[in-house]
Design a protein around this ligand. Structure first.
Ligand code: BTN
Length: 281
């Protein structure tokens, strides 16, 4: 018997399959769609948001044909092995606090993976999930604005679950992984999705309840960026520095190596040049 057989097959990828693991109050309780195939779950949730769907709407897909990543990249979304889902949120937070939503989502997703698998997941600012130095999940938060005011937010999560190392795209083999490659066993996608929705809702509730301090403290504890030497790619150039802090608005402050100046980064691409080796605690 192979290890895969010993761990049993995935539960059905459907609302029915999710039901035993759904412990939320509103995320995944109203409008719920499971697709065999879709272009992008984020695009579908945006359409539902524009149509007036209520907060908590959930769209999950087994396969995405045009999965969207951060910085305009594509998100590798093969069928049968991973989780791709998006949630509609109507946070009613000032625009300045919207980046905290991104951090809160990362904290929730990391806690869900840790709880379901016993792994110790690190967060690379702002919200990539890493295990053993490999990215296993990415989150894309997209904000819908009208006249400069936030209307709703789309929170999309891609988690590599049972993707084998051999099936990673060639350009990602040395940077990406999955829960399978990290732990050597397969995991139930529906159980993970249930844990994700519950932990995301908890972090979101803390944020809305004025407890951003709790979310930030959890982010900092799980951070693999703080204390590391990082390379930052901004629209107007690249620099390297020491990642020193995540401030109360969720921005990363970095001491630039070339001149010692402190630079505050609230959007941009940050990669680790020299990791800390340990997660701060
Ligand atoms: C990243 O680049 O790290 C973010 C990746 C986010 C991918 C997820 S998969 C589900 C949702 N739908 C999308 O089109 N993108 C997000």
């Amino acid at each position: 018997m192979t290890l895969i057989e010993a761990c049993g097959p995935d539960r059905p990828f459907s609302q029915e399959g999710l039901r035993p693991f759904l412990r939320t109050r509103y995320i995944g309780r109203g409008s719920v769609e499971f697709h065999d195939r879709i272009d992008s779950t984020n695009a579908r949730i945006r359409a539902l948001g524009l149509d007036g769907s209520a907060e908590g709407a959930l769209v999950a897909a087994d396969l995405q044909t045009a999965g969207r990543g951060r910085h305009g990249r594509n998100w590798h979304s093969p069928p049968g092995v991973n989780l791709y889902f998006s949630v509609l949120l109507r946070p009613n937070l000032p625009l300045a606090q919207m980046s905290l939503l991104t951090l809160a989502a990362g904290v929730g997703a990391a806690r869900a993976v840790d709880r379901a698998t016993g792994c110790r997941t690190g967060i690379k600012w702002p919200n990539d999930l890493e295990i053993g130095g490999r990215k296993v999940a990415g989150l894309l938060t997209e904000l819908e604005l009208r006249n400069g005011a936030p209307q709703f937010a789309v929170l999309g999560v891609g988690l590599n679950v049972n993707l084998a190392a051999a099936d990673l795209p060639r350009d990602l083999t040395d940077r990406a992984g999955s829960l399978l490659t990290a732990t050597g066993r397969r995991w139930d996608r529906m159980e993970l999705l249930g844990a994700m929705l519950e932990e995301l809702e908890d972090q979101y509730e803390d944020l809305r309840g004025g407890r951003a301090d709790l979310v930030l403290a959890r982010h900092r504890r799980a951070s693999v960026t703080l204390g590391a030497v990082v390379r930052v790619t901004l629209a107007d150039g690249i620099f390297e520095g020491d990642a020193e802090a995540v401030d109360e608005d969720g921005a990363l402050t970095i001491r630039r190596r070339s001149d010692g100046r402190t630079i505050r980064v609230s959007a941009g691409e940050v990669s680790l040049v020299r990791p800390t080796g340990t997660r701060p605690d």
